[in-house]
Ligand binder design. Structure first.
Ligand code: GDP
Ligand code: MN
Length: 358
């Protein structure tokens, strides 16, 4: 037994226990992927990318979760491509299926309205289950219970630069709790009442002055990033959760649990199409100190579907063999993402020439 130091971090309203780890030691973290058997080809691309840029040096465990059994073929192919221990888990139906008290007429009506507005995945019940699972359950899945940190990896993502440090350790050493890389705009049609519900939650639990206040009582959170009028309205800036490196105890905290349960009771995952991305973003931006949020855009090159981040520093790109062009980096394109606003809030330097609308 070696002596473990656990530090309570977080904010006045949400505390997170963080285990300190000596230099050179592995952190209690895992790579985590939620996917289907049919995602095999796309997830192998993500695995090959992340293993070659990072994990073949660190050998972190990789946990795969699915709402049904992973096939023999899936498990065999994945095991061949990963360098750490691999675990395959099934999600209990209580964490996935639509609850019985969802009103079906209202649910069908919502899907029709969203389809007519061309909202992506409007008609896919499983997408809603996925968003709800990623909002309120993944961190309590039995395969994740013994981990403190997770790095979420989706099918069809690419890492462009060598990662020559341990980002879990980086998070601990720099007192970070929530990490992500791209901050695009959420589709407003998926969350018509989410922000008002979050404000109602804050008011119900007497947190309004702490998270939205204008005086000394307000914690130094990231409200500025997600609202341009002190909380009156939401500006749709959301951390893109297909990439997250964060502390699981953040979600396991009493406050986040209350928050999720409150939202879940409103059935917005079904009557609207609330995503885990705006929900994680609102929780992290309101309940943590802004210094505990980290953006990896200057350290990693990353892309998933339509969005790419590529470090702007040319020397860095050369030294890390980044296989991406800065023209594709959306971090400072204000028409696509809230990166500029994030840098302004955190007072992180950037070259004003990097900023453009498109
Ligand atoms: P998008 O990134 O918002 O376009 O959504 P994705 O289709 O990529 O889904 C987000 C994540 O959830 C990905 O890791 C998917 O593999 C996973 N996912 C989505 N739907 C399902 C599902 O029905 N079952 C399982 N097991 N995973 C899913
Ligand atoms: Mn995706």
């Amino acid at each position: 037994i070696h002596n473990e130091t656990i530090i309570s971090s977080g904010s006045e309203i949400l505390q997170v226990d963080i285990t300190q780890v000596p230099d050179g030691q592995k952190v209690n973290g895992a790579l985590v992927t939620l996917c289907r058997n049919s995602d095999l080809g796309e997830i192998l691309k993500s695995i090959n990318s992340l293993e070659s840029k990072f994990n073949n040096k660190y050998h972190y465990d990789w946990v795969f979760l699915n709402d049904e059994d992973f096939s023999e073929e899936f498990q065999a192919e994945i095991s061949k491509s990963t360098s750490g221990d691999v675990k395959f888990g099934v999600i209990p139906s209580s964490m996935w299926e639509r609850p019985d008290d969802v009103d079906l007429a209202e649910f069908e009506k919502a899907k029709k309205i969203q389809s007519s507005h061309n909202v992506p995945y409007a008609n896919l019940d499983s997408y809603r289950s996925m968003c709800r699972f990623e909002s309120g359950f993944f961190y309590n899945h039995e395969l994740l219970q013994d981990y403190e940190w997770y790095w979420r990896v989706e099918p069809d993502v690419k890492f462009f630069c060598d990662i020559d440090f341990d980002p879990f350790k980086y998070m601990i050493d720099n007192q970070k709790i929530y990490g992500t890389i791209i901050i695009p705009y959420e589709i407003a049609d998926t969350i018509p009442t989410l922000w008002d519900t979050v404000k109602e939650f804050a008011s119900t639990f007497s947190l309004s002055s702490k998270v939205f206040g204008t005086g000394d009582e307000k914690i130094d959170n990231a409200l500025y990033l997600i609202s341009e009028n002190n909380g009156e309205t939401y500006n749709n800036c959301h951390f893109w959760t297909n990439f997250e490196i964060s502390n699981l105890n953040f979600y396991r905290s009493e406050l986040y649990q209350k928050f999720f349960n409150y939202l879940d009771d409103k059935k917005g995952f079904w009557y609207e199409r609330w995503g885990d991305a705006p929900i994680h973003s609102m929780a992290a931006s309101l309940f943590l100190e802004k210094s505990q949020i980290h953006l990896f855009n200057s350290q990693f090159g990353y892309s998933h579907t339509t969005n790419t981040a590529c470090p702007r520093d040319e020397v860095f790109r050369k030294e890390h063999n980044c296989d991406c062009g800065v023209r594709r980096d959306i971090s400072f394109k204000t028409g696509y993402s809230c990166g500029k606003r994030y840098h302004d809030m955190q007072k992180i330097w950037y070259n004003s020439e990097w900023v453009s609308e498109w």
